[in-house]
Design a protein around this ligand. Sequence first.
Ligand code: PEP
Ligand code: MN
Length: 274
Amino acid sequence: MDLEKENLKLVLKKNNVGRLNFKLKNIEIGKDFLMIAGPCSVDDEESLVKTALAVKIAGANMLRGGAYKPRTSPYAFQGLGLRGLQYLKTASEESGLPVVTEIVDIRDVDLIAQYADVFQVGSRNMHNYAMLKELGKVKIPVLLKRGMQSTILEWMNSAEYILKEGNPNVILCERGVRTVETYTRNVLDVTAIAALKKITHLPIIADPSHATGRRELIEPMSLSAIMAGADGLIIEASINPDRTLCDSNQTISTDSYKNIAQKVQRLREFIENL
Ligand code: PEP
Ligand code: MN
């Protein structure tokens, strides 16, 4: 498959000068390595604020947390909604970290825009073209996750939808794809990370949490993603990893996060000197 021959006008590197670069609060996207951490879902205000402060000290530069959760089962916790957004705002103010949070319903664009620094489009909504078009009209950056069964071309087309409407600030996130494997939740496609660095000017980060579904694999997959060229990591971490309402099995403690963040830093320095 030759992406150069596809009808992609905006996401391909050849059509742009240099890598995407923009300022997001204290972060310079395109230059700074993104260290996004926080719980899967916003569960309560106290644990969110404590987690935000702990990951900040550990080296994170952005807070994650879902107020709206796209769950496989309709009976599973669906997120705190508006209350979750309010807690995210408090945690952001207390820690100084900007916030990325998922949008699952096109009707929530204006509401979430009041609370989020970055919109997250999850794996299940990568093909929600109506929502992508709406997010193309806002001024807020978008973290676009790869659909769990999507090809690189399909993913690039989804990014193209956002760019085409006028929002250039898209960050891509490889979060693992479905394969025959069941031991891990998904398989982190490190090849896609390396390929996207060549294909597009957009930054590409990795999500080792949803890629593996297993705490003990977060560190090796984080380091592998960096070796492949990732521009950042989004990791599920909490001060109470065993008591989170969502994705507990893959949520690491803030202490483990600190440990990983130190290794990330050392590996990045090593790579710079290669
Ligand atoms: C998430 O990051 O909370 C999430 C639901 O991830 P994904 O869309 O990759 O499954
Ligand atoms: Mn999760």
